[in-house]
Design a protein around this ligand. Structure first.
Ligand code: SER
Length: 650
């Protein structure tokens, strides 16, 4: 093996730029904080997004990073290719240099060329570059700086990079290496053909625009630079390997899995694919857990669950039945813990979470695969697995849809995907039926809202208000008014109770709901008659509201105590807050010990007894985050939030 270990490749990159006025910045978490547009960090530029657009400021003009990235969802998704190609991964590291006005195209091209040609010493006669067809400046600079002949500076209309549907973007220029005839089946092929023969390994983006949600490109305040080079690719190149999986980035992981399976890697068959998938997915799992993402049935938690379950199914193909991913993840920690200390700090958590998920899914995986075999027999003629079966596998055996699809594809079957979603919708509808009023669907409520208008909520400032009845529903037992001080059930806090008094009758409100945004529905017992257009006075039961409010504050105190005692990976998963009690659901990887419960209780009681004043501020989301608010943005918050401060800190 060459002396270019992946650790040395990474350190060389960071040193090169570090010595040239770039601040060396640690990798951002895989979970971009405060960025609802991205599920995962998918490029090095993510942590500098606001600096590019001018919204945020930093005290340096240039930076360099080795950034943890995940491409398993959204615009950049490589999941299906993993294991089957030489260079696709779910998790990878991106080496990058960034300029916020310090230099632009010339500086970026000069540095990239020096690093590639002089430091990494890649063979110049095998290097190619591409530029955007409209970017004459970049083409001219490459000619001048690299001396590459014109025929190796190519136009590529795809050379325009954007992070997602919105955000900073701009034309780019890519550096390629010709890996030789062996990769194009021995044939001379033109640039851009022959599979992996011409391999792109470094992308220089000339950030020039901010793309808004409606697709409009606004020029950035100044031209910026964002480059990204996959550590796995450059390492494989420097080690003379034609597959990233043959480099020292993956080999220790592949060998660990092969050893557990008692097979050899390198036979060229399906077992190699399985070992590569396991190695790749183990990295994603270990790094995600280190960044506090745990297997769950929705959102990011579902992504890690899918990835882990996929690895487990591939494990079964090479005879791995007992928990094995846990060992490969331990190898990830050993191998990469030097560069990413969070892996070492979270080693124990990683081990517990992975083992637990393997044990859990291990129990249903075999049964699910057996069910699928029966389904293959039953549907020989159509070669299509009905959506109801895919849903049964999901619901009963915990098979993510893509796992079922993959298993089907390997047997030449497809899945009736619309049928799967229809089955899912039917089940959801069943769950909802219990709370629905006489208006059945969201469409019905929207139609009502279109005809009567919306309810204005004034309950943060008032306990009582005069208003007008807009609609009387459910035999007079439910009323919508133009304004209301009643807080509708939301985020686990029960709806207000109280009364609505008109000339002809009184509604004793027992429950308040918001069936659709903009409509507040008061439900209860009617005495007398209330009709559309009546003037009424709405009064909440202020004592009950006050008790509910106290319990609401208590959930925040409890949340803080949980994070203090158990660690900041603790996330709120749901809560129920009423006048008489509260329930708080949270994620943690195991049961609490008696001592932990005692510490949590003590902390909460201390806070309650301190009787500190609370204050509510309406602030921008970013300000709330910077003031330390504990919240999980991107889920259900608007641009401004009500920030509750209890005592000195929040
Ligand atoms: N953002 C660009 C990419 O991901 C360059 O860093 O390729």
């Amino acid at each position: 093996m060459s002396t270019w270990t992946s650790d040395r490749v990474r350190a060389t990159f960071l040193d090169y730029f570090g010595q040239r006025q770039h601040r060396v910045i640690p990798s951002l978490s895989l979970i971009p904080p405060g960025d609802p547009t991205l599920l995962f960090t998918n490029a090095g530029m993510v942590q500098f997004k606001d600096v590019f657009t001018g919204k945020g400021q930093v005290e340096y003009a240039a930076a360099t990073t080795a950034q943890k990235c995940l491409r398993v969802s959204g615009k950049h998704n490589d999941l299906e290719n993993v294991g089957r190609t030489a260079r696709h991964h779910t998790f990878f590291e991106m080496l990058g240099n960034f300029s916020f006005g310090a230099y632009f195209k010339r500086g970026a091209i000069e540095a990239a060329w020096e690093l590639v040609a002089k430091i990494y010493q890649l063979p110049i006669d095998r290097l190619w570059v591409t530029v955007h067809p409209t970017d004459d400046e970049a083409r001219q600079l490459w000619r001048e700086i690299s001396g590459l002949p014109d025929e190796r500076i190519k136009d590529d209309p795809d050379n325009f990079w954007s992070m997602g549907d919105t955000g900073p973007c701009g034309p780019c220029s890519e550096i390629y290496i010709d890996q030789g005839k062996a990769l194009s089946g021995g044939a001379e092929v033109p640039f851009g053909e022959g599979g992996d023969r011409y391999l792109e390994f470094w992308n220089l983006v000339f950030m020039q625009f901010d793309r808004s949600a409606d697709g409009v490109l606004t020029p950035l305040p100044r031209g910026c630079i964002d480059t990204g080079m996959g550590l796995e690719r450059i390492t494989a190149l420097l080690q003379g390997k034609q597959s990233n999986y043959d480099s020292d980035v993956f080999q220790p992981l592949i060998q660990a899995a092969a050893k557990r399976a008692k097979i050899n890697y390198g036979t060229g068959g399906e077992s190699d694919v399985a070992l590569r998938v396991i190695a790749d997915h183990a990295r994603s799992a270990a790094f995600l857990i280190a960044d506090c993402v745990y297997p769950e049935n929705e959102g990011r938690g579902y992504v890690i669950r899918r990835v882990m379950r996929r690895a487990m199914r591939f494990g079964r193909k090479v005879g791995l039945e007992d928990p094995f991913l846990v060992d490969v993840c331990a190898e990830v920690v050993r191998h990469m813990g030097g560069a990413y200390p969070e892996l070492r700090a979270k080693a124990e958590v990683i081990e517990r979470v992975v083992r637990q998920e393997e044990e859990r899914f291990g129990r249903t995986l075999a049964a699910g695969l057996k069910r699928l075999e029966v389904a293959f027999d039953e549907n020989q003629l159509t070669q299509v697995i009905p959506g109801t079966i895919a849903f049964e596998l999901y619901d009963t055996h915990g098979f993510p849809l893509d796992l079922t699809q993959q298993a089907c594809e390997e047997r030449g079957f497809t899945v009736d995907e619309p049928g799967f979603h229809a089955a899912m919708d039917r089940q959801r509808a069943k769950g909802r039926a219990s709370w629905k009023g006489t208006l059945d669907t969201a469409g019905d409520w929207a139609a009502l809202r279109d005809s009567i208008g919306t309810t204005e909520f004034v309950g943060y400032a008032h306990d009582a208000v005069e208003s007008t009845v807009l609609a009387v529903l459910e035999d007079g037992k439910a009323i919508v008014t133009a304004a209301t001080p009643f807080y509708a059930e939301s985020g686990g806090q029960v709806g207000d109770t109280g009364r609505i008094v008109g000339n002809g009758g009184v509604l004793i409100v027992e429950d308040t709901q918001r069936p659709i945004e903009g409509i507040v529905l008061h439900r209860g017992q009617l005495h007398g008659v209330l009709a559309d257009g009546d003037s009424v006075r709405l009064e909440i039961d202020a004592d009950a509201r006050q008790s509910t409010r106290k319990n609401h504050s208590a959930t925040h105190i409890l949340h803080l105590a949980l994070r203090t005692v158990l660690g900041d990976h603790v996330r709120q998963r749901g809560s129920l807050v009423g006048p008489n009690r509260l329930r708080f659901d949270f994620s943690h990887f195991g049961p609490l010990t008696g001592a932990e419960i005692q510490r949590i209780e003590r902390l909460v009681n201390e806070r309650v007894l301190a009787n500190a004043p609370t204050r509510t501020d309406v602030v921008g989301k970013e300000e709330a985050v910077s003031r330390g608010a504990i919240a999980f943005f991107g889920d259900k918050y608007g641009d401004t939030v009500r920030m509750l401060t209890i005592g000195g800190d929040s």
